[in-house]
Design a protein around this ligand. Structure first.
Ligand SMILES: [Zn+2]
Length: 136
């Protein structure tokens, strides 16, 4: 099975609007994303997916504030400072969300590749990481 592994780091801030502790305040992390992507077949270009597409997707989060859609904090900031996601952007949520986004991207860019399986590990600190996977 054709498989590729990517790693990408990005710096981003987030807050968990539903959290009662310090994570409800805006704070940042140096996130490290490890990605594994499998497809049944290679695309016409010989790739599972071009790394450039993965970089573009991940870099959307770089130097931005990740907020749950509807978080009132977003109303006070320029739109391009913020990325809105469907739920509180815990590292656990973001791992699954990024896996879904990457699977959708690979399916779009490699339509001949058959089934797509994506597994990600998102590291928020040296001691905390979350994983997620998606299949399309
Ligand atoms: Zn955090």
């Amino acid at each position: 099975v054709p498989t590729v592994y990517f790693t990408r780091t990005f710096q981003a801030a987030h807050r968990l609007s539903g959290h009662l502790g310090k994570c409800s305040r805006i704070h940042g992390h140096n996130f490290a994303l490890e990605v594994e992507i499998e497809t049944d077949e290679l695309g016409d270009d010989g790739f599972v997916v071009e790394f450039d597409y993965v970089k573009q997707l991940v870099d959307e989060y770089d130097h931005r504030l990740i907020l749950k859609d509807g978080d009132p904090v977003a109303d006070h900031l320029p739109a391009d400072w913020v990325v809105l996601v469907p739920d509180d952007p815990s590292t656990e949520f973001m791992a699954g969300y990024l896996a879904d986004q990457l699977a959708t991207l690979v399916r779009l860019k490699n339509s001949d590749g058959g089934e797509v399986y994506v597994e990600v590990t998102l590291r928020e600190t040296d001691s905390i990481a979350a994983s997620g996977c998606a299949e399309l």
